[in-house]
Each structure stands twice: as C-alpha cells, then as structure tokens.
Design a binder for this molecule. Structure first.
Ligand SMILES: [Zn+2]
Length: 490
C-alpha cells in the first residue's frame, strides 16, 4: 500500500462527499479523492480487511484504491478540520493537567487543537512548539532538528481560548495576560508521557507561547549512534575508562552535550559503579543511575548538591553544567580525589576549556592534573539518504577541502521527499573536536603555555578540528555544506 501525506490535504471533489467525522475517527479512513470511476481512500490500518471490504462495497461499482497514513497523521488531520468554537474552553476543568492525546474525538474542540499540535510535534520529533499570536492570525511553529519550521496558521479568534486552556493545564493564572508566566504540563500519547515546560510572554499582538518537549521515555542513544568517527569514539571511550579525572563537553546551548554525556554514562559498567548525575532538569532517565534534579528555588544549586553527592561515595558524577567558580573548584578537587567527573562548559572549541577554567580562578597545575579530555561539539542535520543529490564541488569548496586535508570531488545537496517531510534532511549527527590530554599537554598546561601553542601541538598529534570534521562529513555525504556552514567557521 502506497504511503501518502495528509499535510496540506483538503478534500475537494465534485463527485461525492467526505465521510462524516465519526466515521473518519472511529474507522481510521479519509476519502482523498473521488471521480466518476475511482475513489482514493487513505486508511490507518492496512490489515483491516473488514474496513476495506465495507468501503469497497459502499463505493461499488467504482474502483477503490487504498493508501497508507499513520494514526498520528489522522489525529492531526481531525484536529485541523475541527470546527472551532471559542466558547468551548469555559468547560475546561481545573487541575486537568494531563490530557490523553489519543482520545482525540472526545474533548472540546480547543482541546483537539492543542492535541493535534502536540501529536504532530511528537511525531515530527520537535524539541519545542511555538504558538505565536500575530496581527491577523496565530502562527504555529516547531523547532525540528534545531531549525524552526512553520507548521500552520490558525484563526486569531481562538488564540486566547488556546492560551487559556494551556494556562489551566500548566497550573497558571488564565486571567493574566500582561505578565510572563512559566509552568509545566504533561500529555499522554499511547502510554508515553511527555512533559512540557511552558513559557508564556506577552507580545504586541497577544502572547508568544513556547512548549519545550521533554520526552523522558525517548530512546537513550548509545555512543556509537551519535555520529562520532571511529577514531574519536575510541579516544572518548578510553578517556571514560579513567577511574578519576575530568571530562568536559563544550558547545553552545542545543548542541547535544547532555545527550553525549548520557551516552557516555550509559556506556559505563553501571552495575559495578555508583553513578550520580546532577541535572537541570533531568531530561532522560538512565536505568541504574541516580539522577538528581537541581532546584535553585530551595537552594539546591549545582555546587551545594555536588557537596552532598560527594558524601555518598560515588565513582562517577555528572554535573550538568559548570557555571561558576564554586562548582568548578569543587568539581576539579573531587576529580583529583578519586572521582570521575563529567560536565559541560560554554566554550567555542575544545582546547579553550583550559582558558575558561583559568579565568574562573582555577590553578593551572590543578587543571593539568585532572583534565583528561574535552570534546567540542555541534549538531547538524543529516541529508536525507532517499532524495539527496550528488553534485561536483566548486572551486571554493575544493580549496576548503585542500586547506583541511579532506579528500573528495563531490558532495550531496538536499532535495525533498515523503521520507523527510520535504525538508531534505532527516536526523542529526555530531560535528566534533576531541582534545585528549597526554603527558606533554599536561606539562604545557601546568607551565601556562599559550593556548594556540597547545592547540597547534594537539592538531599535529592527531586532533581533528571542528572544521575538518565538518568537511569530512560533507565529503562522506552525511550532511551538506549549507548545514555545516551554519555551525562552523572555516
Ligand atoms: Zn528526502
């Protein structure tokens, strides 16, 4: 059965009517098109022979052709085609913070709109949902693989109904429209619970609502799945085998540092070690690991929590982020005394962690003694393997390849197909720079040698820079030059 997409689909036929809503939702069938000879129908369950038989006999003597769609797509379609009545939200119950997304037909229309928006976001693996009031309409956008994508526009008249409903679900004040509000809510889809962090700020034309999606049940990625090249992967795996020391991940917000840290931890022999993570928030659960959420409101900051965690005699501690000198000092001292510490810092490249730590007031000899490895990373989208197009590289790219010693004469450009929702990209991969601290580098750090000198030594001794790694992924057809140019300076 051929797959079709219901995105942008609107029923339009001179030869027959669309099925009624109840039939569409209960039987999972949508009429796509009807001519004098043929009827095209999209169905969720291709193995439902009863449904196919019923439809075939109903449309006799016309020929019936079936196409496949997903359950989530159907739910989105129903949500989109719901008639909208702004008064409906008055029936919304207090404390009803959790909604079942798959019971889409039972709720009020406004719930259907929110459900449809959430279902589609989860299906497309969006990281956040943006509901933005504009002058004439309401714009719904998702961030998918790091890039904003406009999904649809809905009628401005329902904006406050949707906004009120979200506020009630997130335990916020629905009457407040002038002040920013933050909260949390959760939604359930086919037994998967997804937590949403809600942020609402007033803007000129109403409000901007952002729902950040935390799918704690999302599959934990293994180190091998992240996209590191084997050489780097082996270096990182060797670094985490150290019984003590400091391993740092660096990169801007949204560069996947936490995902890599979680994968590093999942790669450890968990039953043999006491592992504690201190996170803000706990984004994903790792079986067998003690994960603690910090809470600034009750003074459980990274450093005060780390102090307490150390009393539990852990082997490995993950500190979500080193933000201040107190945390940095404590993390470095504890990695000197028999703990393996994994954490993140905000720096542009891997070698700069040395400068950053020095600027936080830490002694160079201490940094030299504990730092084992630092990994700078960026996330880029992978070009869709089903529709990518091979092209010959131009002179400018060729000279970049030569400069960074990357071999290749062709690369791929993105196109668009059903597999990648017409974006040309599917999934993400890591661009990385793995800086391993050996004896010589240890000495250079302790002697306070300039960073560019340390960097030069590391590059000469096998470190691949972010730029080289990025171009290699272009040459290997994993991503495109446009993707890496956004994240890496050449
Ligand atoms: Zn494609």
């Amino acid at each position: 059965m051929k797959r079709v997409s219901l995105k942008n689909f609107q029923f339009n036929s001179e030869h027959g009517e669309q099925y009624n809503r109840d039939f569409i939702s209960y039987r999972g069938a949508v009429k796509l098109n009807e001519t004098q000879e043929e009827v095209h129908i999209a169905i969720v369950d291709g193995s439902d022979t009863q449904l196919r038989h019923d439809l075939e006999s109903f449309h006799m003597p016309k020929k019936t052709v079936f196409f496949g769609i997903t359950k989530a797509e159907l739910a989105t379609f129903i949500g989109e085609t719901t008639d909208i009545e702004p008064v409906a939200s008055k029936r919304a119950k207090e404390n009803d913070r959790s909604i079942a997304l798959d019971s889409i037909t039972s709720g009020a229309p406004v719930v259907n709109i929110i459900n449809a928006i959430c279902i589609e976001a989860i299906r497309l693996e969006a990281s956040d949902i943006h509901i933005e009031a504009q002058a004439e309409s309401v714009q719904i956008r998702y961030r998918i693989d790091g890039v904003m994508r406009t999904i649809k526009k809905i009628d401005k008249s329902v904006f406050y109904t949707v906004s009120n409903r979200i506020k009630i679900m997130a335990n916020l004040n629905p009457l407040e429209q002038r002040l920013p509000q933050d909260g949390r809510m959760s939604v359930t889809l086919e037994n998967i619970t997804v937590d949403l962090r809600v942020s609402i700020i007033p803007v000129a034309d109403g409000e901007s609502i952002v729902l950040r999606i935390f799918n704690t049940s999302a599959k934990l990625l293994s180190l091998d799945e992240l996209g590191f090249y084997p050489k780097e992967l082996n270096a990182i795996k060797a670094a985490v085998k150290n019984p003590f020391g400091l391993i740092l991940l660096t990169g801007p917000t949204g560069s996947g540092k936490t995902t890599t840290l979680h994968a590093l931890i999942a790669n450890l022999p968990i039953p043999d070690l006491k592992i504690i993570t201190i996170e803000d928030p706990v984004e994903q659960l790792i079986p067998g690991v003690n994960q603690v959420q910090i809470n600034d409101e009750i003074d459980l900051s990274f450093d005060s929590m780390l102090r307490r965690v150390l009393r539990q005699d852990p082997n490995v501690i993950m500190v979500g982020e080193i933000r201040d000198t107190a945390t940095a000092e404590l993390a470095l001292r504890s990695s000197l005394t028999g703990h393996l510490i994994l954490s993140t810092l905000h720096t542009n490249d891997s070698v700069s962690v040395i400068t950053r730590l020095e600027n936080m007031g830490l002694e160079p000899f201490l940094i030299a003694a504990v730092l084992r490895c630092s990994v700078a990373q960026r996330l880029v989208r992978k070009v869709c393997q089903s529709c990518r197009k091979n092209v010959t590289i131009n002179k400018k790219i060729k000279s970049l390849f030569t400069k960074y010693k990357v071999e290749g004469n062709s690369m791929y450009e993105s196109s668009g197909c059903l597999d990648c929702e017409d974006t040309g990209y599917k999934g993400r991969t890591i661009i990385s720079e793995v800086f391993m601290v050996d004896k010589a580098i240890e000495e250079m750090i302790a002697m306070q040698k300039p960073i560019n000198e340390i960097s030069k030594y590391a590059l000469l001794h096998g470190m691949g820079s972010l730029a080289k790694n990025a171009l290699q992924k272009v040459a290997d057809g994993i991503t495109t030059i446009q993707e890496v140019e956004r994240e890496v300076i050449f």
